[in-house]
Design a protein around this ligand. Structure first.
Ligand code: KIV
Length: 261
């Protein structure tokens, strides 16, 4: 099938569901590539699941470039999208183009920008300079302090649609709908030419994405209603490390087979 492109992704709307996952490092990129998702997002959720912050706000371009560089190098099939972190695009058009261009030079195929009507003009400029952009509306984690937490947004489906249409007109090739009522996501998805990718947005979007660490249960005490946890990774990894520690203490590691003559 060859490498996923923005054009091929657009063509999937109405044909089959789009599959997406986040990745941040060699291991997650290798797994995302092996499974063959359509989209691999280098999410600014890295701030939370890799760096251990409470929100996505603290992560900057410096860290995101490190994550994007490795994912772009390892992932060959899926479309690699890099998240523009907080304050990498809000301060000026010049700063936004420069930062997005820096991601593109690493080999990612597109960037993702949070926001609706307020970023539509900016996105239009980015697209006109050859930078494919994925939109992100509904609950925008970078507005966490305005909401007072990661709260459900998009109850007013016509307001959500206005944001979605402004992004579509600006030239985005798809839109992430995060933590909105399923009915709002359906209403918007049915009225767009471009695909929507949902996270906590119910079953009617054109595709679905979840955070790598949430799927694998790698973060303890993370119980989000919209996450389906396919593995209890934290407990399994912890058990394996406990076994290793016990074997060292009991003199059972390394064995003769694990040692050189
Ligand atoms: O940063 C991220 O992982 C995201 C997804 C939740 C869509 O933006």
């Amino acid at each position: 099938m060859g490498r996923m492109t923005v054009k091929k992704l657009l063509a999937l709307k109405g044909k089959r569901r789009i599959t997406a996952v986040t990745a941040y490092d060699y291991t997650s990129a290798l797994l995302a590539e092996a499974v063959g998702f359509d989209v691999v997002l280098v999410g600014d959720s890295a701030a939370m699941v890799i760096h251990g912050y409470e929100s996505t706000l603290p992560i900057g371009m410096e860290e995101m470039l490190i994550h994007a560089r490795v994912v772009a190098r390892v992932v060959k099939g899926p479309l690699v999208v890099a998240d523009m972190p907080f304050l990498s695009y809000q301060t000026s058009e010049r700063e936004a183009i420069k930062n997005a261009g820096t991601f593109m030079k690493l080999g990612v195929s597109a960037v993702k920008v949070e926001g609706g009507r307020e970023v539509a003009d900016l996105i239009g400029k980015m697209v006109s300079y050859g930078i494919p952009v994925m939109g992100h509306i509904g609950m925008n984690p970078q507005k966490f302090n305005i909401y007072g937490g990661f709260k459900l947004q998009g109850r007013d489906k016509d307001e959500l649609l206005k944001d979605a249409l402004s992004l579509q007109d600006a030239g985005v090739f798809s839109i992430v709908l995060e933590k909105v009522p399923a009915e709002s996501a359906k209403y918007v998805s049915e009225r767009l030419r471009i695909p929507t990718i949902g996270i906590g947005a119910g079953p009617y979007t054109d595709g679905q994405i979840l955070v790598f660490h949430d799927i694998l249960g790698l973060i303890p005490d993370m119980n989000l209603k919209f996450v389906r946890r396919y593995l209890n990774g934290y407990d399994l990894f912890k058990q394996a490390l406990e076994n290793f520690k016990r074997d060292i203490l009991e003199g059972n590691f390394p064995s003769p087979e694990e040692s050189y003559e």
